[in-house]
Design a protein around this ligand. Structure first.
Ligand code: HEM
Ligand SMILES: *[C@@H]1O[C@H](CO)[C@@H](O)[C@H](O)[C@H]1NC(C)=O
Ligand SMILES: *[C@@H]1O[C@H](CO)[C@@H](O)[C@H](O)[C@H]1NC(C)=O
Ligand SMILES: *[C@@H]1O[C@H](CO)[C@@H](O)[C@H](O)[C@H]1NC(C)=O
Length: 316
């Protein structure tokens, strides 16, 4: 009987570990002591060369966690007939994969075969926020890398045209709350968007309105001038927040002025609970930072994966 109980315990412990549920702060203390320093330095150096890197890393981590859990599936390359997530439809601005490769290379030199690509990405996203002036939080570690990545599954990501109920559903399917939705949407304080992501709002909006009436008039005119020109620039678009390399609470202030860029940003005013949170984060950067850190830890713990990849772009 005692043996049986111990055996069952082992199975339970083993299955928890192998699905990556038991993340811990000291996971690499013995096996790769310098990992956080190595990743921070890599992200910092890359950002010094290219200031669009932090936004890219933050979005990459979000996309990773929302498809198959945070298992670095977003980092895998397409192979043979299999088209990977990174080549799926909303891949338009996923970039800076090389930064993760650089961190992995430095870590493989120090502690080969130990640190998962999923953990590297979670830490790099944290550093990206911190290096942009945002909050810093401790990242629980011990994620495992997955062996599957399918372009078709990027359809599971929320779309910029989503309304408030679709957004809430997308987050609750991943055990993320309404507060997580509003706080994590604040990630749009960083980065750039292509016209295609908000085109729906500035032309042929619906049968009665050419332009989305929830869009501030002068802001709509500005977006039109960027996107509807005949000879518009290739890759035309705009930042979601004028202070796009600075992690701050401007995003929420803009939403209150009807200047949220995507339908999904402006939709945060469409339910009393989310509207109250937008007002709260617009009024207090500290409240936003605290909530963002808390919600990132939650999003970052969605599990998946079973191995530690040697090369972040390929399964072992
Ligand atoms: C709530 C649902 C969300 C939707 C519908 C959404 C949608 C989008 C879209 C359409 C873009 C622009 C892509 C392009 O045109 O290039 C974008 C960019 C971005 N998103 Fe989101 N997103 C959401 C949530 C998040 C979350 C949770 C985070 C991180 C916490 C995040 C971080 C970013 C960042 C940093 C960028 C800029 C990327 C860059 O400049 O390289 N987003 N998002
Ligand atoms: C997605 O990525 C692939 C390869 O990187 C590219 O050929 C394709 O045009 C991209 N799709 C979109 C919608 O940007
Ligand atoms: C949101 O969009 C879905 C799908 O188009 C629709 O069924 C639903 O009624 C919409 N909800 C709101 C609150 O507009
Ligand atoms: C178009 O959108 C506006 C604002 O959301 C709404 O008031 C109007 O009823 C919509 N018209 C149609 C035909 O759906």
């Amino acid at each position: 009987m005692a043996v049986m109980v111990t055996f069952l315990n082992l199975i339970i412990i083993f299955s928890v570990v192998s699905t990556g549920k038991s993340l811990s702060l000291n996971y690499y203390d013995k096996s790769c002591h310098d990992l956080e320093y190595i990743i921070l330095k890599t992200v910092k150096d890359a950002t010094a060369r290219d200031k669009t890197v932090p936004a890219a890393l933050l979005r990459m981590h979000f996309h990773d966690c929302f498809v198959r859990g945070c298992d670095a599936s977003v980092l895998l390359n397409s192979k043979g007939k299999n088209k990977a997530e990174k080549d799926g439809p909303p891949n338009i601005s996923l970039h800076a994969f090389y930064v993760i490769d650089e961190a992995k290379k430095a870590l493989e030199a120090k502690c080969p075969g130990v640190v998962s690509c999923a953990d590297i990405l979670a830490l790099a996203a944290r550093d990206a926020v911190y290096l942009s002036g945002g909050p810093k939080w401790n990242v629980p570690k011990g994620r495992k890398d997955g062996r599957t990545s399918k372009a078709s599954e990027t359809r599971q990501l929320p779309a910029p045209t989503f309304n408030i109920s679709q957004l809430q559903q997308s987050f609750s399917q991943r055990a993320l709350s309404v507060e997580d939705l509003v706080a994590l949407s604040g990630g749009h304080t960083l980065g750039f968007s292509h016209c295609s992501s908000f085109q729906n709002r500035i032309q042929n909006f619906n049968a009665t309105h050419d332009v989305d009436p929830s869009l501030h008039q002068s802001f709509a005119a500005k977006l039109k001038s960027i996107c509807l020109l005949k000879n518009k620039a290739k890759n035309a678009g705009t930042t979601m927040d004028p202070s796009a390399t600075n992690f701050d609470n401007t995003y929420y202030k803009l939403i209150l002025q009807q200047k949220g860029l995507f339908s999904s940003d402006q939709a945060l005013l469409d339910s009393p609970k989310t509207k109250q949170l937008v007002s709260k984060f617009a009024a207090s950067q500290k409240a936003f930072f605290d909530a963002f850190a808390k919600s990132m830890i939650k999003m970052s713990s969605i599990n998946g994966g079973q191995e530690v990849r040697k090369d972040c772009r390929k399964i072992n």
